[in-house]
Ligand binder design. Structure first.
Ligand code: ADP
Ligand code: MG
Length: 679
C-alpha cells in the first residue's frame, strides 16, 4: 500500500519522506476563532452527531464537533466506512485539517482525527509532523499522522551508528551543520522550531552536495577515460576564412569562447562543453570557426539542428560563408532524397565530407564517419542526453562536443543540471543591435496592430505573425491557425501583399519553400506556428506579433522575439492576448515588456515555474531535490558546489582521511545494504 501510493520502498525512503509542515500539538484553536484565512489548524471537542447524507456519488458522512466556543462541521466523501467505525458520539477528539466556510459556518473536509487523550494534551512542546497522504491511504486508516508514527518508531530503533556522518568533517564544521542522525530526528520530530531549521539546513546541504558530487564524478571519470582527438594547430582554412571572409569582427565574448574551445580541443581530452548565449549573440559563428579548426587538423565535423528549417538555414548560411574555400559542406535530414543520401553517406564514410549539417538524421547508425572530430548540437533542449551519447560513438576516439542552448538557462540551473559539461557563455551581443520594443496589446487592438504592420511593410520591412501550437496534433490549434491565416489575408490582400504560411503539418519541402519565399522577401508576412521558433534568421523582419501570447512560456516568447532585431532596423514585438489573464501569464508578459535580456528572463522563468519545468532539464533527475530548492537556496547550492569542486580537485578518488565519510556513504548507497525493505 505505502509502496504503490507513495513510492516508499525502504526504511530510507520512509526517513526521507519528509513532513511538509509541523503543527504545535499544544496549540489547539477555538472553533469560534477560525476564520477564512486559517491555515491548517487543530481543534478539540466532542462529537455531537453523525449522519450519512446523499445518495451514491453525493454520499457523504457529516459529523459535528463542539467545543466550548462553537461547532464545526466535519465532512467525508471517501473512506466513509473507516471513519464511521472510529467515530463515536459523545467522545472527545483532536481534529486536524484546513477549515473552510459554508454559508458562514465553519467546515472541515477530510480532517485527520485522533482520540483526545491526556497524553497528547499534556502540554509538552511537541511539534507534530504533518505528512502528505492520499485518499486511498486515508481510507485504510493510514493518515499522515499514522505515517508519522511509523517514522517515529523507526527513529527510536535507529542509533547514531545507523546514520553516520557522510560529509567531510571540515565541511560540517565550516557550515556549522548538525549531525546527520540529529537532522533526521529533528526534521520529523523537532524539539523546537530552531531544531527543525537546523535539520532542514543540514539535509538540504547534503542533497546539494551529493547531487553535485555525483555529477562531478561522472565528469572526472569521463575526462580520465575518454581520450580526445588533439587539434594541434590553427591552420590555413581557419586563417583564410578569418582574415578574408569573416563578414564582421568577432565580439570579445566570441573570442573568449573560441579560446576556451581551442584549449580544450588541444588538450588530448574529449571536450564536452555547454555554450550559453542569448538569442542572436552569434553562437553559430563560434561553432563554424571551431569546425574549421577541426578541418585544419584533418577531422570531419557535424552540426545538428532540431528542425529541418533550421538545418537548411545553417546549411545555406555556412555554404555561402565558406564559398571558395576547399571545404565540402553537406546536408542530411529526414527528407533527403535516397540518391542524395547515398552520396552523402559515402562522402561521410570516405572522409570527403568535411562538414555535415543536419537534423537528428545524422546520428542514425547508417551514418558512418571516417574521422569525426567535432560535433555541434544546436538548440540543445530538443535533444535528449541519449542522443548526445550516440554522437560519442561515431568515432573510436569520441568527437569533441559543443552543445549550444537556444535561450539562456540560469547559471545555477545550468551548472546543476549540466554540471558534467564545461561551461562557456557569450555575454554580449554584436555591436549595433537596437533593443526590440515590446508591447502587450489586447486582441481588440488587432486592427491597429495590423495597420502598424502595414506601415512597417511600406518601409520595406517584413513581419511574423505566430500562433500557439500547444500540441503537435491538436486539431483546435490548427483551426485557430487557419482562421488566423484567413483573417490576416483579409487585412493584407494580394497582390499588394503576399503571405507565407509555415506549420508542422506541411511536408519538409513545403515548409522549406514557404520559408524560402519569406527569406528572399517574396512574401512580406510569415504566418506560422512555433516551428519557426528556434534559430530562424531573417534580418529584414522587424515585427513579431505573437497571438495568444499568454499561452506561451517565457523562454519561448523570448526565443520568438529573438527572430526580429537581427538587422540594423528598429524592431518590435507585439504580444496579443485576450482580456482574462492568469496571474502567472500577466507576470510573464510584464517581464517580456520590461527586458530584452535573456539571462534575466531565464532567472524569472525559474522563479515562476520552478526548475522542474524548465526545458531541457526535465529528464535530468539531478534537479529532483526533496527539500532543497535551487531557486530559494541558491547561496547554499553555490556553497555546496564550491566544496565539491574543491574536493574533486584535491582528492578526486576520495583517498584523504577527511573525505572517507563521503566515500563510505557512496559505497553504501551503491549497495544499499543497510536498508532492509519495508515488508
Ligand atoms: P544565435 O546565437 O542566436 O544562434 P546567430 O549565430 O544566428 O545567433 O547570430 C545572429 C546574427 O548575428 C547572424 O546574422 C550573425 O551573422 C550575426 N553575427 C554573429 N556574430 C556577429 C558579430 N561578431 N558581429 C556582427 N554580427 C554578428
Ligand atoms: Mg542559433
Amino acid at each position: 500500500m505505502l509502496r504503490k501510493e507513495l513510492n516508499l520502498f525502504s526504511f530510507k525512503d520512509l526517513l526521507e519522506f519528509y513532513p511538509f509542515r509541523h503543527i504545535d500539538k499544544t496549540s489547539v484553536d477555538k472553533i469560534a476563532a477560525l476564520s477564512n484565512d486559517s491555515e491548517y489548524t487543530q481543534v478539540a471537542g466532542v462529537i455531537t452527531d453523525i449522519q450519512m447524507i446523499g445518495e451514491k456519488r453525493t454520499r457523504r458522512l457529516v459529523a459535528h464537533l463542539k467545543d466550548d466556543t462553537g461547532t464545526i462541521e466535519l465532512v467525508w466523501f471517501q473512506g466513509i466506512s473507516w471513519v464511521e467505525k472510529i467515530l463515536v458520539i459523545g467522545q472527545r477528539y483532536l481534529v486536524f485539517g484546513k477549515p473552510g466556510f459554508f454559508m458562514g459556518k465553519p467546515q472541515m473536509a477530510h480532517p485527520e482525527l485522533e482520540n483526545y487523550t491526556a497524553e497528547n494534551a499534556d502540554g509538552k512542546s511537541h511539534l507534530e509532523p504533518i505528512y502528505p497522504s492520499t485518499e486511498k491511504l486515508k481510507a485504510k486508516g493510514i493518515t499522515g499522522r499514522a505515517i508519522g508514527k511509523f517514522t517515529g518508531e523507526l527513529l527510536k530503533k535507529l542509533s547514531e551508528n545507523d546514520l553516520p556522518e557522510n560529509l567531510p568533517v571540515p565541511v560540517v564544521k565550516r557550515y556549522k551543520l548538525i549531525k546527520r542522525y540529529d537532522a533526521y530526528r529533528h526534521i520529523h520530530l523537532p524539539a523546537s522550531e530552531l531544531h527543525y531549521q537546523h535539520a532542514l539546513r543540514r539535509l538540504k546541504f547534503e542533497e546539494f552536495f551529493f547531487a553535485q558530487l555525483s555529477i562531478q564524478l561522472i565528469k572526472i571519470s569521463r575526462q580520465r577515460f575518454s581520450k580526445g582527438s588533439v587539434f594541434e594547430k590553427v591552420g590555413q582554412l581557419f586563417n583564410d576564412f578569418y582574415n578574408h571572409q569573416l563578414p564582421f569582427q568577432l565580439t570579445a565574448a566570441q573570442k573568449k569562447v573560441l579560446k576556451e574551445i581551442r584549449t580544450d580541443t588541444g588538450s588530448g581530452h574529449q571536450m564536452n562543453r555547454l555554450l550559453q548565449g542569448d538569442v542572436g549573440s552569434g553562437k553559430t559563428m563560434v561553432a563554424l570557426l571551431s569546425m574549421l579548426i577541426a578541418a585544419d587538423n584533418g577531422f570531419q565535423s557535424v552540426l545538428m539542428a532540431p528542425t529541418e528549417i533550421l538545418a537548411q538555414q545553417h546549411f545555406n548560411n555556412i555554404k555561402q560563408l565558406l564559398v571558395g574555400l576547399p571545404v565540402t559542406v553537406d546536408i542530411l535530414t529526414g527528407s533527403s532524397k535516397p540518391k542524395a543520401r547515398k552520396l552523402i553517406l559515402k562522402n561521410c564514410e570516405d572522409g570527403s565530407a568535411t562538414i555535415l549539417i543536419g537534423t537528428h538524421a545524422i546520428i542514425e547508425d547508417k551514418v558512418i564517419f571516417k574521422n569525426l572530430g567535432f560535433a555541434v548540437v544546436d538548440e540543445q533542449h530538443k535533444f535528449g542526453v541519449a542522443q548526445r551519447a550516440k554522437l560519442w560513438k561515431k568515432n573510436t576516439i569520441p568527437p569533441h562536443i559543443l552543445v549550444m542552448t537556444a535561450t539562456p538557462i540560469p547559471r545555477t540551473l545550468a551548472l546543476t543540471a549540466y554540471g558534467d559539461l564545461d561551461y562557456s557563455v557569450i555575454d554580449e551581443l554584436p555591436p549595433g543591435r537596437q533593443p526590440i520594443t515590446t508591447v502587450h496589446r489586447n486582441e481588440m487592438a488587432r486592427p491597429q496592430v495590423m495597420d502598424f504592420i502595414k506601415e512597417q511593410i511600406a518601409l520595406g520591412r517584413q513581419a511574423y505573425i505566430i500562433y500557439p501550437l500547444i500540441e503537435e496534433s491538436s486539431k483546435l490549434d490548427y483551426e485557430n491557425l487557419m482562421k488566423g491565416f484567413e483573417e490576416v489575408k483579409s487585412f493584407f490582400p494580394e497582390p499588394k501583399y503576399w503571405i507565407s504560411m509555415v506549420h508542422g503539418k506541411q511536408t519538409a519541402a513545403q515548409k522549406d519553400a514557404n520559408m524560402q519565399r519569406f527569406v528572399t522577401a517574396d512574401t512580406q508576412i510569415l504566418v506560422g506556428t512555433t516551428v519557426i521558433e528556434v534559430g530562424v534568421n531573417v534580418p529584414n523582419a522587424s515585427v513579431m506579433v505573437i497571438e495568444s501570447a499568454e499561452k506561451f512560456g517565457l523562454s519561448q516568447l523570448h526565443q520568438l522575439r529573438g527572430r526580429v532585431g537581427r538587422g540594423s532596423d528598429k524592431s518590435f514585438c507585439i504580444l496579443l492576448t485576450g482580456q482574462k489573464l492568469s496571474r502567472d501569464a500577466r507576470e510573464r508578459l510584464k517581464i517580456m515588456v520590461s527586458t530584452n535580456d535573456g539571462f534575466k528572463i531565464a532567472e524569472k522563468d525559474l522563479e515562476i515555474r520552478g526548475p522542474g519545468e524548465i526545458e531541457g532539464t526535465k529528464q535530468s533527475g539531478v534537479l529532483n531535490f526533496k527539500l532543497a530548492s535551487i531557486v530559494h537556496d541558491k547561496v547554499m547550492l553555490e556553497a555546496a558546489r564550491s566544496e565539491v569542486e574543491r574536493i574533486i580537485s584535491e582528492d578526486a578518488d576520495l583517498i584523504l582521511e577527511e573525505n572517507s565519510p563521503v566515500k563510505e556513504y557512496l559505497q553504501q548507497q551503491k549497495g544499499k545494504s543497510l536498508w532492509s525493505k519495508i515488508a
